[in-house]
Every structure is written in C-alpha cells, then in structure tokens.
Design a protein around this ligand. Structure first.
Ligand SMILES: Cc1ncc(COP(=O)(O)O)c(C=O)c1O
Length: 413
C-alpha cells in the first residue's frame, strides 16, 4: 500500500517547474540529471523570486535610510525567520547566514575552536566530506588538539560501539555528518548527541545531504550546531546556514571582522554586534537568502516526507538493478536508513571512463572521490561512480540508467 503522500507525489509534474531539465545534450540525447548530491537544479519560483528582487526591491540591507533598503532588509530577515521555522529553532538569533556548509563549518572551527586547548579532542568519522575534515585538521595544527576518528562497519554504517568507546572527558566537540554524500548512510544523530552530551561534548552536524531530503528539526535532534547549503536543496549557490544554540553562539568570538558585525569601532578596538549580525561581516548574500526562502517554500509545499519517500523508491529500484549487473560493488548499505544516492564501482572498469560514456548517453553522474578521500582510502579504492536522485527524477530515468550500464560495459571491457 502506498502512503498518502507517495500517491500524490508526481515527479513528472514536479519536473515541469525545472526548465533546465528539458534539453538535449550529446547527439540529441535527453538530459538525465543524476548529479544532485553535488548541486541540484532550481525551480521557476526560486529563479523568479530572485529576479523579482533584483527588478524591484534590491539595495543593501540594514544600512540605508531609504525605502528600498528598508524593504530588502525586511525580506532578508523574513528569510531568516523562514529558516528558523524550517529547522524548528527557538529564535532567529540562532540562524546565521553563511556562504554554504563549508564556510559555516570553518566558522565553528575557528570561533568555537578558539576555546580548545592542547589535549582536547575533536571526534569525527571516516565518512566525512573534506569540508568536515580539513577545518578540524587546521584547528589541530593551530591549537594542538587531537582528532579521534570513528570507523565504519563493512556495510559502511557508522561503528556505534567505537563512537561510544572514543567518547571521554577530553572530547570537546563531535563533528559528524547526518547523511553521507557517498554511502547514503543516515547516522542516528539524536542518539549520538545524547551520548556526546553525557561527556560534556557539543555536536556539530553536517546536514548538507540531509536537510534537502528529509524533515530536520534541531530541537528534536538535540544538536548544538547544524549546517547546510542552499544549492543542494533547489536554492541558490552562495548561501548556507549555520544553526547554533543561542547560548553557545553568544559566548563565541566573531569569526570574520568588518562592516555589519560591530556595535562600535574606535581606534583602540571594536565591540561586536549581538546575534546574528556578529557572525555576518560584510554585505551578505541578500538575494540568495531570498532565493533560499523560496526554495524552502517550494520543498515544504511538496512535503519533505513525500520527497524522502520518492527518492528512497528510486534508490531502492536502482540498488536492486545494480545487483543484477556482474562485477558491481555498492558502497554503503543496500537497505535500511539511507538517502537517495548510490555510489558504486565496477570490476575492471574505470569510474571516470564510465561517467564519460554515460555523459555521451545524456546521463549527468559523478566519478571521483566526491571530496571524501579518507572514505575511499578506507575501502582501498581510488574513486567511485555516484548517481544521486532528487524530487524531479523519475523511475523511468532510473530504468534507463540500469539498461544503459550493461551496454556501456560491453564497450569498455
Ligand atoms: C556531506 C557534505 N558536507 C559538506 C559539503 C560541502 O558543501 P558546500 O560545497 O556547499 O560548502 C558537501 C558537498 O558536497 C557535502 O555533501
């Protein structure tokens, strides 16, 4: 029996909102866009919201004493309020706009990281994206802290026993992804937060691959920080969000210095502004914040649960089909809690060649390490091929990929 939301979700109807999908690429092949984990496409409503802003409401925010500036400032703050509702945060002071997930993690690593001392530990997992690895490695080099790595089971799921055994009184921060951009694994964040808080550690959740695909509520998760990017959820590039618990953000020093983040400046120094301005130095991504507002409206009108179920259906069909192709090795669990992306390798086949041949047939997929080199080192493979699905992809497109792969393999082998 299909759930009510599944019955009403029609990807063929949804895709009409995305004109970019209706084009032919190599030798007149229709485009099939399966590179959504890297970046999604935008619906007309997001493009229009941004164009409308440039056409009628644009000025700088919070600075001018004129009508346009007042109007755009209201719209910018409405976008912040929309994000607050979307995440279930307590207050708009907890919503900081950044340029994306990477910038938000760097903010936490620099600003919260300042209080860490040599001997303190930051815990992260082998499945992290480089954005959630390198800022902590840089912090370790600056402050002499230690990084503790949590490993994976053979199926790619997080080793929860090791997670618990690594936690100790020196653990100050846990930086963990909610959904892996390679394995599709969804980590049990609420439980990880509970365990981490028991030893006094704060938890920063990389939700770049979660927020676009499923309902995420920061209070239900119990996390301390959570970050994501607009461009992976039908929103614009150049905008992302850092959610932080207000008491933590309040106590943290500003990261970047400049205009807008100060209350006063003298020749002797400055007094930082309150939240959220303290962490938004310089002119922010104003129109992009308004685009993000429109993106959230779009996703919530369709329903995050319905989107989640649709993607899972596509991934389940694809996983099943892949198991019938000789030589395929799937990274990550083939069932259970996962998001709608699938990475795999095929024996005696170079993933880059495969992606190129797929491109000739109209498929946009991705081959490489997907900014997760430690994960690929863990599996002792140089790269993998990833197909990542989203709300506008159809079962027919998945069937076409499954039918095309064996044809290409005959030519490649
Ligand atoms: C899990 C994860 N974290 C972080 C990032 C970095 O996001 P951005 O490049 O938007 O900063 C990505 C992007 O692929 C991701 O998948």
């Amino acid at each position: 029996m299909l759930a009510e939301s599944q019955k009403s979700f029609d990807a063929e109807v949804v895709r009409q909102d995305f004109p970019i999908l209706f084009q032919n690429v190599h030798r007149n092949r229709p485009l099939i866009y399966f590179d959504n984990a890297a970046s999604t496409q935008r619906p007309n409503s997001v493009v229009e919201a941004m164009a409308d802003c440039y056409r009628s409401d644009y000025a700088n925010v919070h600075r001018g004493n004129h009508t346009l500036s007042e109007r755009i400032s209201v719209r910018y703050e409405q976008a912040r309020e929309r994000v607050r509702q979307f995440l279930g945060a307590r207050h708009t002071n907890e919503i900081i706009f950044s340029s994306g997930t990477t910038a938000a993690i760097n903010l936490v690593a620099h600003s919260y990281g300042e209080r860490l001392q040599p001997g303190d530990e930051v815990m992260l997992s082998v499945m992290e994206h480089h954005s959630n690895i390198v800022p902590w490695q840089q912090l370790a080099a600056r402050q002499g802290i230690t990084l503790r790595w949590v490993g994976l089971h053979d199926d790619g799921s997080l080793d929860l026993e090791q997670f618990q055994s690594h936690l100790n009184s020196r653990t100050k921060l846990v930086a963990i992804t909610m959904a892996s951009n390679v394995l599709g694994v969804i980590n049990p964040i609420a439980k990880l937060c509970e365990w981490s808080h028991a030893v006094g550690a704060v938890v920063m959740v990389d939700a770049a691959q979660a927020v676009p695909h499923m309902p995420v509520n920061v209070q239900e998760l119990g996390c301390d920080f959570l970050v994501f990017s607009g461009h992976k959820m039908v929103g614009p590039t150049g905008i992302g969000v850092l959610y932080g618990r207000e008491e933590l953000l309040d106590a943290m020093p500003p990261f970047l210095g400049g205009g807008s983040m100060i209350e006063t400046v003298t020749q002797d120094g400055f007094k930082p502004a309150g939240l959220p301005a303290k962490f938004e130095a310089g002119t922010p991504a104003i129109v992009e914040a308004i685009g993000l507002h429109a993106a959230i409206d779009y996703l919530e009108t369709l329903g995050l649960e319905a989107i989640d179920q649709h993607e899972k259906r596509l991934a389940t069909r694809f996983l099943l089909g892949l198991t019938e192709i000789p030589g395929v090795h799937i990274l990550g669990p083939t069932s259970g809690t996962r998001v709608g992306l699938v990475s795999f390798t095929i024996e005696d086949t170079n993933s880059q060649d495969l992606a190129k041949f797929l491109d000739f047939r109209g498929f946009a997929t991705r081959a490489g390490h997907h900014c997760a080199m430690p994960l690929h080192q863990h599996f002792a493979i140089p790269n993998s091929l990833r197909a990542s699905f989203y709300l506008y992809n159809t079962e027919e497109e998945v069937e076409q990929l499954l039918a095309t792969l064996p044809e290409i393999l005959v030519r490649l082998r």
